[in-house]
Design a protein around this ligand. Sequence first.
Ligand code: GAP
Length: 454
Amino acid sequence: MEKITSLAKRRGFVYQSSEIYGGQNGAWDYGPLGVELKNRIAGAWWKEMTRLHDNIVGLDAAILMHPRTWEASGHVENFTDPLVDCKKCKSRFRADQIPQENLTAKKCPDCGGELTDTRKFNLMFKTHIGPAEDTASIIYLRPETAQGIYVNYKNIIQSNRMKIPFGIAQIGKAFRNEIVTKNFIFRTCEFEQMEMQYFVKPGTDEEWFAEWRKQRWAYYEKLGIKMDHLRWHQHGPDELAHYAKDAYDIEYLFPMGWRELEGVHNRTDYDLGRHTQFSGKDLQYIDQDNNNERYIPYIIETSAGLTRNLLMIFCDAYDEEQITPDKNSGSSEGAAGSADDWRTVLHFHPDLAPITVAILPLMKKDGLAEIAQDIRAELKEDYATDYDQSGAIGRRYRRQDEAGTPFCVTVDYQSKEDKTVTLRFRDSMEQVRVPRAELSARIRSEIKAYKRIK
Ligand code: GAP
């Protein structure tokens, strides 16, 4: 994880928040490459969950919601972690994450000091709206995006004439006052979620629950994630959230071990039932195709962390490779025995890579830079491009490998003569000559046909 964190900072993916003040725990900033990667992951999820489904629509609800929302959802009462403090070193622990013998003996796992009794700690950030700081002005930062969907479900049925089964998808910020934030951006206080709520007829929920598990698994396969680094974990009775009848996590083998990446939950009619009760509004669905049958729909939820997905995709793509001479045939990359014999590379899927194509003139002089700039101007309409003319070509390839750029286009002297360029592939490091006029189409077809080889 140290290598990942340091590469992420060095190349401008992720920085510590407020670093010049010593950093802010639980918060991170996404730099130029990080914001592109995050946007692309969000875009891939959005396409998968909305564009590829005729019956799923999008929503962007406010972070600040009426405080009754969180009473209805059960978060005010139940969204807690068990907390213990050390009276001596003042460290804080989640009681469920320290050894049982320390809890029983009330002994701090760090310094051996005395631990407090376990108490419930609510994870919601509470603040005040308006100038008065009294109980009437309390408002929460949402701890999940899902509730914004539930309170809008009737609006969307009416405005978009949705018929069950249908889904609503949303990407947005969520906030949790996490007791322990570690492992880089894995668990943070401010993060982003990509959630989809699928409204179904009671009795069909188990079937849809199985279907969504299948679809979410297939999604990661499509992105070229190492499938032996993914597994399912079904929640036991002690792990189930207060709203869930059944829940499965997709776990990923992060550098610190297997951890939750995404949850698929059968939330039953819990949420809409509670919002009916707390708002006094009738949230039943009226099935006009079935004698106006009325019922509160069941909800199947797929809930993935966007920032956690970014960490997973980064870890999954990361590799250090020795460059052997035969891989280099015909190329000017690294010489045996030099530091360039090794490369750090991010094998991002081309749909996710922050830069899709880098254009590199072999030399700045003799008109090569002008041709390269020209090519960039043409390609930037369709692709995220970068331009780099400084340093040896081998080093420039290394820089693009580290950024996860799947294609490099090199302009050399031959380009001036026959209007061809070199197209270099990140994963295989192979190079082919392509007529400049065919470059854009060739890149397009390479992206479509992309299969991860490492
Ligand atoms: N709406 C259901 C829900 O929020 P969850 O299991 O608490 O369920 C869903 O969270 C996903 O959100 C997790 O699988 C994880 O990817 C992400 N997530 C949750 N807490 C997080 C945190 N503190 N930091 C980063 N991501 C988090």
